[in-house]
Design a protein around this ligand. Structure first.
Ligand SMILES: [Zn+2]
Length: 676
């Protein structure tokens, strides 16, 4: 059954992304975005930001002087942004223009032109351009024909190039007085039109009707030994389509296409044209006035309306309101920047999170920050499907529980097997010690085996009693009961304990307690270690130990066989819950226990995690994910995942994804456990 589900899922993924889903092991694609005269500041910034969706692209600004000084040497692709094509050509100078032509035609490199950049790459007679593509611009006397969100129709070749557009009908891209391109002469075979304009743009300056429909909006061409890609519109400035620029860069760089995160691949985001006729331009101007002089409510309304109308300058105006003195305006501005995929605003929101005094607002802003960062895997942050999956492994109840045996030699062998597997695979692990377990016979020696394998130890209290079963004072005493011995033990390795894990993940049932425990821990040098990938592995482990105790090897084997598929379905669930809540996959923190089941199954467990594309990271590294700043407002009795705590705090119960895999009845029965 699971295999069928897996194969169906695989077929589905391949249908969407007919590429190798694994990041290639090649060098990064080095891209220069032209920043000289004729490159508009906004298109330059938007192009640089759009390329951050691809973790293998490294994009930098490059001026005409840089190019003249040999700057193309270190590049694979040049991107020419919007602004003025003739001005860009003039700033390049004759020598710069020749360098760019030879970069493409002779050195086999790539060039991407966006709007004015497409003018520049075109072969337009009587125009200062680079003659790199068999397309020319016509009706240049009406260049200033208007702007807005226009519809386009992908060609069959376009749907192969951008398979993400399949099934969405017409696309919508920003267009700002871009070129009307037509094939030169009879239309050379080496130019491939990927999409044509549907909208008729003739909004200003007496531009004639009927010029834009059917004209190429996206096209690609072989050019000598190199390749060029032209866009008459501005996908780099269009939320939902910004990834198309990264795809174009990959193609001109002769690199395989890769899929991008669902947070940015949103081809169906815009359902209709939004053309900036006089009425809309007037409305936009009045909204800017409202942002400057309106009351809070008017400002919030203006922010929302500017986003909805697709105002070109909107994000630049909205950005400042993350610094508003009015809290709802701060949150509205940050959320709107996320909707607009305006990753250029990350430093603004970072500063806002740092300086926010209201913890509720800070959580909202932190979530916005996390979502925007997820759109920029190129900056080293998380990326979802296009980026890396990362997980920190944490192991509870050291030195050993549910061993299924009291034999000291067998117990030592078990810990060696488990800890040794981590060490052999260089998997960083933080593991939490229960004092009482340590004081069982041979307990100290087992802990040393853990430490010798390079595992970082943390505090899991002296008696493993739930915070919900005792007073705050008793709980704090129980934390301290394990603090001394742990500190002494770790000192032998020159280490100090940094992390604390709540027994049963039960973290308090009232606000005062929830504040008091972390403060107490901080005073003693500890931070709480949260868990995102919670699971009922402990029930499997109990069932495994019970069956081994009884000597029922067949039953134990059955439990073990069911264990990895169960854990894989848990991974699948928490990945989806994270996507739904955050718009990306958080740096996950996995919890399981030091027991016989994991000692026997660790190889299979690690193989499953690797198969899902995970890299193993330290707990320190995982906690750098901004999601861990989100509030845990949960006051219930359960020991639940932090993903669910955040979901409830931010979006109520509705934000909790249904369908978390239940522990099978027969496993619970074998374990003698009534509920998960
Ligand atoms: Zn525990």
């Amino acid at each position: 059954m699971r295999r069928t589900v897996f194969l169906t899922l695989l077929a589905f993924l391949l249908a969407i992304h007919p590429f190798d889903a694994l990041p290639s092991k090649e060098l990064p694609i080095r891209v220069g975005v032209f920043s000289g005269n004729g490159a508009s500041a906004s298109s330059l910034q938007n192009a640089l930001e759009a390329l951050r969706v691809d973790p293998e692209i490294r994009a930098v600004k490059i001026s005409a002087a840089d190019i003249a000084a040999g700057g193309l040497e270190g590049l694979d692709v040049m991107v020419f942004p919007g602004g003025g094509g003739g001005r860009q050509r003039t700033d390049l100078g004759d020598k710069g223009a020749e360098l760019v032509r030879s970069f493409v035609l002779e050195k086999g490199k790539g060039a991407v032109g966006l709007c004015a950049g497409a003018y520049l790459l075109s072969d337009t007679p009587g125009y200062a351009c680079l003659h790199l593509c068999p397309l020319k611009a016509i009706d240049r006397e009406h260049d200033e024909r208007g702007h807005g969100l226009i519809s386009f129709k992908p060609t069959a070749e376009g749907l192969e190039f951008f398979p993400e557009l399949r099934g969405w009908g017409d696309g919508h891209t920003y267009y700002y007085e871009g070129p009307i391109l037509v094939p030169v002469g009879d239309g050379p075979a080496s130019c491939t039109v990927l999409a044509t304009m549907e909208s008729d743009v003739h909004l200003e300056n007496d531009a004639p009707a009927g010029m834009t429909p059917g004209r190429p909006v996206f096209a690609r061409a072989e050019a000598g030994r190199g390749r060029v890609f032209l866009s008459a519109g501005h996908p780099e400035a269009t939320p939902g389509l910004r990834w198309m620029v990264a795809r174009a860069v990959r193609w001109v760089a002769h690199r395989e296409a890769v899929p991008y995160t669902a947070a940015v691949v949103r081809p169906g985001l815009h359902g209709q044209d939004i053309l900036f006729d006089k009425a809309l331009r007037d409305e936009e101007a009045s909204l800017f006035q409202a942002l400057m002089y309106g009351e809070s409510q008017a400002k919030i309304a203006a922010i929302r309306r500017l986003a909805a109308m697709g105002s070109w300058d909107g994000p630049l105006w909205i950005r400042g309101f993350v610094r508003s003195s009015d809290a709802p305006t701060r949150v509205c501005a940050a959320r709107t920047l996320v909707e607009l995929e305006w990753t250029a605003g990350i430093p603004d929101i970072e500063a806002a999170v740092r300086t926010e005094s209201d913890s509720g607002i800070r959580a909202d802003l932190a979530l916005c920050l996390a979502r925007l960062k997820a759109m920029t895997p190129a900056a080293g942050e998380r990326g979802g499907p296009g980026g890396r999956r990362e997980v920190a492994v944490t192991v509870d109840d050291l030195p050993l529980v549910n061993a299924g045996t009291d034999d000291p030699a067998a117990r030592t062998a078990m810990v060696r097997q488990l800890a040794g597997a981590f060490q052999a695979d260089h998997i960083p692990v933080t593991a939490f010690v229960v004092g009482r377990n340590t004081r069982s016979p041979g307990g100290e020696d087992l802990l040393k085996v853990w430490m010798d394998a390079g595992v970082e130890l943390g505090n899991h209290t002296g008696t493993h009693t739930s915070l919900h079963q005792m007073s705050l004072e008793a709980y704090e005493a129980d934390i301290l009961a394990e603090d001394g011995p742990l500190r002494a033990l770790m000192a032998s390795k020159g280490q100090v304990p940094k992390y604390f894990r709540h027994p049963m993940l039960q973290a308090g049932r009232d606000q005062a307690t929830k504040r008091a425990v972390p403060a107490f821990l901080a005073d003693h040098g500890y931070a709480v270690a949260p868990v995102t990938m919670d699971n009922s592995e402990w029930i499997f482990a109990k069932a495994y130990a019970e069956t081994l105790n009884r000597g029922d090897k067949a039953a134990a084997a059955k439990v073990r066989a069911a264990y990895i598929p169960y854990m894989e379905s848990q991974f699948d669930y928490w990945e989806r819950q994270s996507q739904q809540l955050l718009g990306y996959e958080v740096k996950q923190i996995l919890l399981f226990h030091a027991n016989a089941l994991n000692a026997d199954a660790i190889g299979d467990l690690v193989a499953m995690i690797k198969r899902r594309g995970y890299a193993f990271i330290t707990l320190d590294e995982a906690l750098k994910d901004p999601a861990y700043a989100l509030p845990d407002g949960y006051l219930g009795g359960g020991g639940i995942s932090w993903l669910h705590r955040w979901a409830m705090a931010l979006g109520g119960k509705a934000a909790v994804l249904p369908g978390e895999t239940a522990c099978p009845e027969w496993v619970m029965k074998a374990a003698g456990v009534d509920s998960e």
